[in-house]
Design a protein around this ligand. Structure first.
Ligand SMILES: CCCCCCCCCCC/C=C/C(=O)SCCNC(=O)CCNC(=O)[C@H](O)C(C)(C)COP(=O)(O)OP(=O)(O)OC[C@H]1O[C@@H](n2cnc3c(N)ncnc32)[C@H](O)[C@@H]1OP(=O)(O)O
Length: 275
């Protein structure tokens, strides 16, 4: 791992951590202590085992470094994240599939429980797992109007796990989540703002980053302990369910994903993507 100081747009030094061939780049503004984590896995930031592992490792590092906040964004032109890498569960190797799913569980727990405030800068399409990661941040700013966001699992012929569903319910409420999930609806930026799936819609990435910094800087005036306790209490039931049911969730998903019916749906969906 290499480190270097670079000068930011507002002339403060940024501590930049990068590794060769890294899929995740992080800069930390030395003045504000706010980190920007950029997902950079071409072509669509699909979340495979290695990518998830890198994201989890990075979040743990930020916690250790006691950053004051984090913005999660994408380095790709028009995609925040295409969600889980479908090739991890189409014709899967069962051992790798287990490893993949438990890494997803752990990465999500790490992101959902961060002791520092987080903002998703959604600068591109954000289906399924991409939407899950955005919803797991404390605040969402989406660059409009061209992109879409939502949990579209039913469109793939699969079912979003309970903790995906609970995360969405926590953001938009039971009724809207039920409609969104059953229909697999992908919302435009305006629609997402209207139902509360995102908090702000902005015209460009620079404005999104400025607004993200503004949101995170609010917490300079809040006790970190009070922040963390409040977040833990608010998110407790969703987090605790997964902690208590990790193995059950894993066993179920591994079996379910390998069933002939699900494999057939996934094959057709992948084919449609290639077209
Ligand atoms: C009772 C309880 C039961 C619980 C059971 C649980 C079961 C498990 C649940 C699993 C939950 C799943 C969550 C997910 O996240 S699934 C992934 C969903 N994602 C999508 O549907 C997105 C699909 N992609 C797109 O819509 C577009 O690609 C996108 C808008 C993101 C970008 O469009 P663009 O035109 O720019 O790019 P292309 O479509 O040409 O794509 C480029 C190449 O990338 C490949 N691709 C795209 N998305 C994925 C993906 N998610 N995984 C793997 N590969 C992907 C695409 O095929 C192209 O490949 P080629 O270049 O080879 O053609």
């Amino acid at each position: 791992m290499l480190r270097r100081l670079i000068l930011s747009r507002n002339n403060t030094f940024i501590n930049c951590r990068y590794a060769s061939q890294s899929m995740v780049q992080t800069t930390v503004d030395e003045k504000s202590g706010i980190a920007t984590v950029t997902m950079n896995k071409s072509p669509v930031n699909s979340l495979n085992l290695e990518f998830l592992d890198e994201i989890k490792t990075e979040l743990n590092k930020l916690e250790k470094d006691k950053v004051k906040g984090m913005m999660l964004t994408s380095g790709l032109q028009k995609i925040f994240s295409a969600g889980l890498d479908i090739t991890e569960f189409y014709n899967p190797n069962p051992d790798r599939l287990s490893k993949f799913w438990s890494t997803l569980q752990d990465t999500w727990l790490t992101l959902y429980k961060t002791p520092f405030p987080t903002a998703a800068i959604i600068n591109g399409h954000s289906p399924a797992g991409g939407c899950l990661f955005a919803m797991s941040c404390d605040y969402r700013i989406m660059v409009g109007p061209k992109y879409t966001i939502g949990l579209n699992e039913t469109k793939l012929g699969i079912v979003a796990p309970k903790w995906f569903i609970d995360t969405m319910v926590a953001v938009i409420g039971q009724r809207k989540a039920e409609i969104s999930l059953t229909t697999g609806k992908m919302y435009t930026t305006d629609e997402a703002l209207h139902i509360g799936l995102i908090d702000e819609s902005v015209p460009d990435v620079n404005t999104a980053l400025t607004q993200g910094n503004l949101f995170l800087n609010n917490f300079q005036r809040i006790s970190p302990w009070a922040y963390k306790m409040t977040k833990d209490i608010t998110r407790q039931s969703t987090v605790q369910w997964l902690i208590d049911n990790k193995q059950k969730d894993l066993d179920f998903v591994v079996t379910y994903l390998q069933s002939a019916e699900v494999q057939k749906s996934l094959g057709l969906y992948l084919q449609s993507l290639k077209k």
